[in-house]
Design a protein. Structure first.
Length: 314
């Protein structure tokens, strides 16, 4: 087990060619036994796991962090280059990352840990790769959740019209100007203050982690592809459907870690998920917000590792 880590190497960038796109990733403790992929939330990057990777690497985990396409130091393609960006595309990216980057070195079942959008991506990947996933830890899990178990039938003509309206709206929306003002008017710091209930780790490094990718010339076109893709995706890509499908296999244990002060995705949604899906374990953490893993890394790391130690899926 490798426990000799240098702080400057925690986020050392490596690059992987995925379907013609440059994808950035990092790893700590690559020679360790248990592979974990950490998946960031919307607007963040692999560096948002700055206070978590070493903890798990010191416990025999090969800790991978990945910039989802469109974020961090990965390529930021637009509609013309990649089509509509949604959790299916990101889920396929993670699936291929396991096959092409992790599998040549490690054949063990993979743990997926995600924050917000990253949690949805982890769930999406787990559904299509359930035999290779040891567990999913989601903190928290965004999306719409339906109490009615019957699949809602949408008129194809209505959906086509709706998708066209969404595409036209976001094509015409001046995202280039909006992003410019976001970086100039302190909106990023304001958003982080809203996301973090505990403010201790809102520092210059964190602001730079979020701000730097937005300053790239390709950020607006990629954001447009995400807005269109996530707004017009199929019902089968929503968390309600994915959880139901994953439950049927009974192969992937699922832990929800939720801050009771989360202003972005309120706790009642986490309770609703746990009530609808009794096989999902919900851990409520007091006095923390949307980014528990960075607000209080010691709490997040401990809860996650205790869950991992008790797994019987390896």
């Amino acid at each position: 087990m490798n426990t000799d880590f240098k702080e400057e190497n925690i986020n050392k960038p490596y690059y992987w060619n995925w379907n013609g796109f440059k994808i950035c990733w990092s790893v700590t403790g690559e020679d360790n036994k248990i592979p974990i992929i950490f998946l960031h939330g919307f607007g963040a990057s692999r560096k948002h796991w700055r206070n978590n990777l070493e903890y798990f690497a010191r416990r025999n985990c090969a800790s991978y962090s990945l910039d989802l396409i469109g974020f961090g130091d990965s390529d930021q393609p637009g509609i013309k280059e990649i089509g509509r960006l949604n959790n299916e595309i990101w889920g396929n990216q993670v699936k291929d990352f396991i096959a092409q980057v992790i599998r040549p070195k490690n054949s063990g079942k993979v743990i997926l840990i995600g924050n917000s959008l990253g949690a949805l991506v982890a769930l999406t990947c787990a559904v299509s790769l359930e035999d290779q996933i040891a567990t999913v830890i989601a903190s928290p899990l965004p999306d719409q959740f339906q109490e009615n178990k019957k699949e809602i039938t949408i008129n194809p003509l209505f959906k086509k019209f709706k998708d066209l309206f969404i595409a036209i709206f976001f094509i015409l929306l001046p995202l280039e100007i909006i992003l410019f003002f976001i970086t100039k008017l302190g909106v990023i710091k304001l958003a982080l203050n809203s996301a973090y209930f505990k403010k201790d780790n809102i520092d210059r490094e964190l602001i730079d982690i979020v701000k730097r990718p937005v300053l790239r010339k390709t950020s607006a076109r990629s954001l447009r592809a995400m807005c269109i893709g996530m707004s017009s995706r199929d019902q089968k890509l929503q968390a309600s459907y994915l959880l139901t499908k994953l439950r049927a296999s009974k192969k992937v244990p699922f832990l929800l870690i939720w801050g009771d002060k989360d202003n972005f995705i309120p706790l009642f949604l986490g309770k609703k998920i746990a009530n609808l899906h009794r096989w999902v374990e919900l851990k409520i953490v007091p006095n923390l917000g949307h980014c528990i893993h960075d607000e209080d890394p010691s709490v997040f790391n401990r809860i996650s590792y205790e869950w991992i130690k008790d797994l019987k899926t390896f």
